[in-house]
Design a protein around this ligand. Structure first.
Ligand code: NAG
Length: 208
């Protein structure tokens, strides 16, 4: 894979105000994959992790469990024409949520998941293509004493609470998903950076 990375500073982020620049850590780097046909920008201090299961994977060096991954459907078997093949953004949101719950499926006793599609939207980016955006919350609870006979002895404890942000796009007959995950308690602080990553995602004709 030939990858080109370049440093990119978002022009709207207070270049005239060095204090604001330092506070909002606005230096982004471009990740570009010409062979699979997608690009996005990520905070430059994030670390690429290989072998994490996705086509590409980056994680935040400070916020534990905050990461970005990109996965695309198989080039040989997919026939997508547009993200509208998934239905409306709401339909896509439900599909994405079902997919995440399947991936997170646990065989442990007493695990319960609470999940919700928080928002869905669509936008036409500057490349003229339609993208869908989905925002999801999933909470995982586990009983600390599943074998207890009395229900009141089974106390469900919150194990984790996460925000998932997903951007979907179609090109090369493939469905592409950029996925960002962050602990819910870090979301507000990270939101601005995460939204810039989402907004920067583009798919394009792959070099074959
Ligand atoms: C990515 O983040 C999620 C939670 O936000 C975490 O469960 C997962 O282990 C992380 N992936 C990697 C490979 O670090």
């Amino acid at each position: 894979m030939a990858l080109v990375a370049s440093t990119f500073i978002f022009p709207q982020m207070g270049l005239h105000d060095p204090a604001a620049l330092a506070l909002s850590s606005p230096v982004f780097r471009e990740f570009l994959d010409n062979f699979d046909g997608y690009t996005f920008k990520y905070p430059q201090n994030w670390i690429q992790v290989r072998g994490a299961g996705a086509d590409i994977f980056f994680r935040d060096p400070f916020v534990l469990d905050e990461n970005i991954s990109m996965e695309a459907s198989s080039p040989s078997s997919s026939r997508y024409k547009s993200v509208e093949d998934l239905g409306t953004p709401q339909d896509a949101g439900e599909k994405v949520l079902r997919q995440y719950l399947t991936e997170l499926m646990s065989t442990r006793l007493g695990v319960r998941r609470e999940s919700k599609v928080l928002s869905t939207s669509s936008r036409v980016a500057d490349d003229g293509k339609l993208y869908y955006q989905v925002e999801i919350n999933i909470k995982s609870y586990a009983n600390n004493n599943e074998l207890a006979v009395m229900p009141q002895d089974r106390i469900a404890k919150l194990e984790w609470d996460r925000r998932y942000l997903s951007v979907l796009g179609v090109e090369n007959n493939r469905l592409y998903e950029l996925r960002l995950q962050t602990p819910e308690n870090a979301f507000l602080e990270e939101e601005e950076d995460l939204r810039q990553v989402m907004d920067s995602f583009r798919v394009f004709k792959a070099l074959l």
